[in-house]
Design a protein around this ligand. Structure first.
Ligand code: CMP
Length: 141
């Protein structure tokens, strides 16, 4: 797939894949595809059914629930995992803040990658715990 080697080498620098060896990274990279977004594009829509998992290769995106900003995500961070894990609608909008390049994985490929690489769910759980703590410590409005 075009772009896969680039994604694989970038993945070596992001925490999500840092624990995997080069061969595994390359194999996983070929299962997804790169998608580019313009500033302002809605990558994920609150309430829609989830079909993809996203890792930011370049750029920045904001997680929004109505008028509330839940988080700003940048290079090496992921989103879209919640819907794929619990098969519920998307929990928030995710909007590109600048030209943003993502590596996207379909829901079925995500399930297979997570099953065959036990390092990935553990890393994802750690990040989800960090996000929960951050949400708990942010003031309610
Ligand atoms: P999902 O529900 O599939 O789609 C919206 C995504 O936004 C969600 O998965 C998470 O990846 C992300 N997200 C939702 N809430 C937060 C939060 N409080 N902090 C960071 N990211 C979040």
């Amino acid at each position: 797939m075009a772009g896969a080697p680039d994604a694989a080498s970038l993945m070596g620098n992001v925490p999500f894949f840092a624990g995997l060896d080069e061969k595994k990274r390359k194999s996983i990279a070929t299962q997804g595809k790169e998608i580019s977004y313009k500033a302002g594009d809605k990558i994920v829509e609150d309430g829609s059914m989830g079909v993809g998992f996203y890792l930011i290769l370049d750029g920045r995106a904001e997680v929004r629930k109505g008028s509330k900003i839940l988080a700003t995500l940048g290079k090496g961070q992921f989103f879209g995992e919640m819907s794929l894990i619990d098969e519920q609608p998307r929990s928030a909008d995710v909007v590109a803040l600048s030209p943003t390049r993502c590596w996207a994985l379909s829901s079925w490929a995500f399930a297979s990658v997570v099953k065959t690489n036990p390092e990935i769910p553990m890393m994802m759980l750690k990040e989800m715990a960090r996000r929960l703590r951050s949400a708990q410590s942010s003031p309610t409005s």
